[in-house]
Design a protein around this ligand. Structure first.
Ligand code: SAM
Length: 289
């Protein structure tokens, strides 16, 4: 078998055959560009040893490519009206399992255990934009064994994952992603590569998981609480952001002491801190509490 979807002619044929109605609430924009598909498969670095989890296969466009490249693929799709279509478009590949569920309700750790003996899996997806962040954070925080995540996201979100301090896109997502993985944008994808066309540009980003985070943190949960608190009130100083947060159990004096230990000015804003500085700050709090 050869992948054939991605050619708009076949995509339209399949959609018409099944009289498929796009559902906006599921973020359905199907890829119709074979160059982009090749690029995704290429940068995901999939081999015949790999088990791949695909999130949101749609009509199976990328799934066909993944099935060709990988040992085994599991594709989780929420929209049950796509099931008969996937049965049809994937009938030539015997290494694909379609799971009809909401990805946020799937126990991916269990899936990796069953399908890959708990070894690190590769995740590939053209994500519905409304659940990008919870999916990525879920994969990183819930101790799912992940080797890399190669995903299509809104261009602006890809930028946010990649940037450092001093840009308006820098925020909690940047820091969370960069604590767990090395991000790299591998392609920019314009709206005309999808059917129907989305309103915004997209990008493919590859997140390669670190074996060990690039900074040492004694209390990860505390560091992420500090990060969230400092970006929740972007225009406030770090001291005020931390003081006003329900999640931060420290007094004004303790906060000032911790900043002092890190050589940070009391007027500094959270958005100016690097990941290494947030780690240092979290460690200072751990030391004084
Ligand atoms: N992979 C296909 C492609 O590239 O053409 C489809 C991509 S489309 C942007 C997103 C897909 O994710 C849709 O098929 C949609 O139904 C599915 N989806 C949306 N929310 C989901 C969820 N919570 N869990 C699993 N799949 C979901």
């Amino acid at each position: 078998p050869r992948p054939y979807l991605g050619d708009p002619k076949y995509t339209i044929e399949v959609l018409q055959k099944y009289n498929f109605a796009f559902q906006k609430r599921f973020g359905q924009n199907f890829l119709i560009d074979t160059h982009v598909l090749d690029k995704i498969i290429d940068s995901a670095q999939i081999t015949k040893d790999d088990f791949v989890l695909e999130i949101g296969p749609g009509i199976g466009t990328m799934t066909q490519y993944l099935a060709e490249a990988a040992r085994e693929v599991a594709a989780v799709e929420i929209d049950k009206t796509l099931l008969p279509i996937l049965d049809d478009t994937l009938k030539d590949w015997d290494n694909v399992t379609v799971i009809n569920n909401d990805i946020l309700k799937v126990d991916i750790r269990q899936l990796a255990l069953e399908k890959n003996q708990g070894r690190p899996i590769k995740v590939v997806a053209n994500l519905p934009y409304y659940i990008t962040t919870p999916i990525i954070m879920g994969l990183f925080e819930n101790q799912v064994p992940v080797d890399s995540i190669t995903i299509m996201v809104q261009k602006e979100v890809a930028d946010r994952m990649q940037v450092g301090p001093g840009t308006k896109d820098y925020g909690a997502l940047s820091l969370a992603v960069q604590y767990y993985a090395k991000p790299k944008i591998v392609a920019n994808v314009p709206p005309n590569c999808f059917m129907p066309r989305p309103k915004v540009g997209s990008a493919v980003i590859r997140l390669e998981r670190y074996e060990k985070p690039p900074v040492e943190v004694k209390n990860e949960k505390l560091m992420f609480r500090i990060i969230r608190a400092s970006f929740n009130q972007r225009r406030k100083t770090l001291v005020n952001g931390l003081k006003n947060s329900q999640e931060i159990p420290f007094s004004k004096e303790q906060i000032e002491q911790a900043l002092g230990m890190c050589g940070l000015s009391l007027s500094v804003r959270g958005e100016a801190l690097t990941l290494a500085q947030f780690a240092q700050l979290a460690n200072a709090f751990t030391e004084i509490s």
